[in-house]
Design a protein. Structure first.
Length: 147
């Protein structure tokens, strides 16, 4: 049984996509760059900033902005729980949440009911989002919809 486990673990190391440059990205709780939040749900969601690099020996700060569409109002539709900006990664830490409390409140479907959390920079000049021209997960877009 041990030999089978070791063989499978060795194969797993060669799966997936590998990058040779450090980067930071942000993802919704489902691991993607977008999420739908229904108006009948009251929850605190964590949008996680991930650091992908070799171990860092000092801290890394990642700044972000929150862009809110004209259909959402703070303290009516949502509340930003995480106030730390930039988020700080100490040595050995590879993820940090930005938390948003979603409140029960219907939205006007004719308006822009989105919130975008966009990474804007970091203290080491690492790539924002996955490396490549599309910079996937350099931002996460949340849309609030009526149930």
């Amino acid at each position: 049984m041990m030999m089978v486990t070791a063989a499978l673990a060795g194969c797993a190391d060669q799966e997936g996509e590998w990058f040779d440059q450090p980067f930071v990205r942000i993802a919704a709780p489902n691991g993607t760059a977008s999420q739908i939040v229904l108006t009948n749900v009251r929850a605190v969601n964590a949008y996680t900033v991930y650091l992908s690099s070799r171990p860092v020996t000092d801290s890394l700060e990642v700044s972000y902005e929150i862009i809110v569409g004209d259909g959402l109002q703070e303290d009516v539709d949502y509340k930003i729980v995480t106030t730390q900006n930039p988020v700080k990664f100490l040595p050995g830490i590879y993820d940090a949440p930005i938390r948003v409390r979603w409140l029960k409140h219907d939205v006007d479907p004719t308006k822009d009911n989105t919130m975008t959390i966009r990474l804007t920079g970091n203290s080491k000049g690492y790539t924002l989002g996955y490396p490549g021209p599309d910079r996937v997960q350099s931002q996460v877009v949340i849309e609030k919809r009526n149930e």
